[in-house]
Design a protein around this ligand. Sequence first.
Ligand SMILES: Cc1cc2nc3c(=O)[nH]c(=O)nc-3n(C[C@H](O)[C@H](O)[C@H](O)COP(=O)(O)OP(=O)(O)OC[C@H]3O[C@@H](n4cnc5c(N)ncnc54)[C@H](O)[C@@H]3O)c2cc1C
Length: 397
Amino acid sequence: MTALADRTSGDLATELADVRQLARGFFEKEVAPHREEFAAAGRPSREVYRTAGSLGLLGMSVPEQYGGGGGDFRHEAVLFEEQVRSGDSAMQLGVHSGIVPHYILAYASEEKKQQWLPKLCSGEWIGAIAMTEPGTGSDLQGITTRAVRDGDDYVVTGGKTFISNGAHCDLIIIAAKTDPSAGARGLSLLVAEVSDDTDGFHRGRVLHKIGQKGQDTAELTFDGLRIPATNLLGGGSGAGRNDQESQEGRGFAQLMQQLPQERLICGIAAAAMIDAAVAQTVEYTKSRSAFGKTLFDLQNTKFELAECATIGRVVRTFVDDAMAQHISGTLDVTTAAMVKYWTTDRQFEVVDRCLQLFGGYGYMEEYPIARMFVDGRIARIYAGANEVMKDLISRSL
Ligand SMILES: Cc1cc2nc3c(=O)[nH]c(=O)nc-3n(C[C@H](O)[C@H](O)[C@H](O)COP(=O)(O)OP(=O)(O)OC[C@H]3O[C@@H](n4cnc5c(N)ncnc54)[C@H](O)[C@@H]3O)c2cc1C
């Protein structure tokens, strides 16, 4: 495995290596020992977010003036790589740190940035983004949650499902229709500050998933939830404009601008999981005897792992290239869709092939390869199903 720090140079490489060491220690000491406790509870503790915040691991690419680390997306990527390496799937750091703060940075007013970002970066608050509804997921134009202007507020009514961090979240970016007759231009993003006793807000059950058992994926209901009109994410240009009055209907464009980063996170996680799967399978097959030699000595095992390692190298190269584009501000929707679908498909393939080499042990939950199989399966579905990615790509052809 070639760590991100090894693929950069100079001061940045040193910085990323330090972040990696810090993140590795965090997951090993603060998160991994609680894996079964979080899985049984169906959610991680709030404390692990606060600890991550106190270590400076949240919002690493958020400017320091808003309580962030002042780095760039490569710093965040190291955190995501280390989380996958550690085998943790309870914290939803991609959403909390890699997605939610970036919508606020790009589209919220200065006042709201000052109000929200420090709390997310410290881990005092946990963030969520609620797009999917029981009746619509891939087809975001089909969203039926309504936000109706009433004086200085919007009144939000509707239901969301599959929302990561749904049981814990204190801040939610809600995708809602402000004008149901306007198609894609009728969609807006509103930021709600919520707690368990917020009027018009109800957390549903934490959903029982086949993997990511320690992650609180939940249903949310809005039943007349009042959100100040100033919480509308107003600007569509990424310039953080504050002219909310005239900026309803920007939600779809904002999603299109931000989704490439979300899809790149999937690619980063896929590359890290492939590396982890291959490394663990090499170690296991070299330690298990069969037919008078080790499993690794069987030609099939060597060929399988040689192919998986090669896939890992190609995935890594593709993701690094996309990362370089993202850092320079040129990662386009098509390339991000290619990265998302192709790397997560390869992740699924490699983990499955590696699991096979573990024999029956690969089917046992206490083996990390088994957990990778179930935890990673969702990567081909969320952040836009891979079929939707191919549809997006085809539009560029
Ligand atoms: C663990 C987990 C966490 C999640 N976290 C969040 C979250 O934090 N916030 C949030 O808003 N959502 C979240 N989701 C929802 C996720 O993004 C959706 O499940 C996903 O977008 C697919 O939507 P859907 O489930 O409604 O499937 P559907 O839209 O019903 O699609 C079902 C299948 O149909 C096929 N399909 C759909 N559209 C097309 C097309 N155009 N062309 C070809 N085939 C197509 C695909 O195979 C797709 O998988 C999460 C889901 C899970 C399971």
